[in-house]
Design a protein. Structure first.
Length: 185
């Protein structure tokens, strides 16, 4: 009896008062709780818990809704023109003719010929432009239309040594050139 008493006395006076002894006691307590919980819960199947995997991919959208990815962009809508107004192709053709006719006229006449076919913002940007800086070119083929939306399209006009790229907008159904870019070939 004295050995048992001495073992308990050693346990409570020295071992449980040290850090190592407290850590061992907490570890034993955790194992006891986990073991008794497993005994009470019964046998578990292989499909229960974190190891279970779904039989099909998990989706967050309806697969029947269609593709919304970047690679599947919607087909561009064809440009809408009000009855009696110029089509984007006609506007681009007239603008290109007025643009290329610049070197033969004064700056005021050149801008006046562009004004009915361009947005006020573009006319303002071209306010200091010199018509003699426009290369003497001529249109060599049919214009190419790249529709983006009902009110925005890009038109390519082939010239002798490049392309004139025009961006047209139709905020109120009337097509106007909003941007001009020259591309050499």
């Amino acid at each position: 009896m004295t050995a048992m008493r001495r073992a308990l006395e050693l346990l409570f006076t020295r071992v449980l008062r040290s850090r190592f002894g407290i850590a061992v006691a907490i570890a034993v307590l955790v194992f006891v709780v986990i073991g008794s919980a497993r005994l009470v819960s019964g046998p578990g199947g292989s499909t229960i818990g974190l190891s279970s995997r779904p039989s099909q991919p998990i989706t967050t959208v309806d697969p029947e809704d269609g593709d919304d990815g970047v690679l599947a962009s919607p087909t561009p809508q064809s440009p809408k023109t009000l009855p009696g107004e110029l089509t984007p192709e006609q506007t681009a053709g007239r603008f290109a003719t007025a643009w290329l006719g610049g070197p033969a006229s004064t700056a005021e006449k050149w801008q006046a010929s562009l004004r009915p076919l361009a947005t006020p913002e573009l006319i303002e940007k071209l306010g200091d432009a010199d018509p003699t800086s426009v290369p003497p070119e001529r249109v060599t083929g049919a214009v190419t239309l790249r529709p983006r939306t009902e009110a925005f399209t890009e038109v390519l006009v082939p010239l002798e040594s490049g392309r004139l790229r025009l961006e047209l907008v139709a905020p109120d159904g009337r097509w106007l050139v909003d941007a001009v870019d020259w591309e050499r070939t």
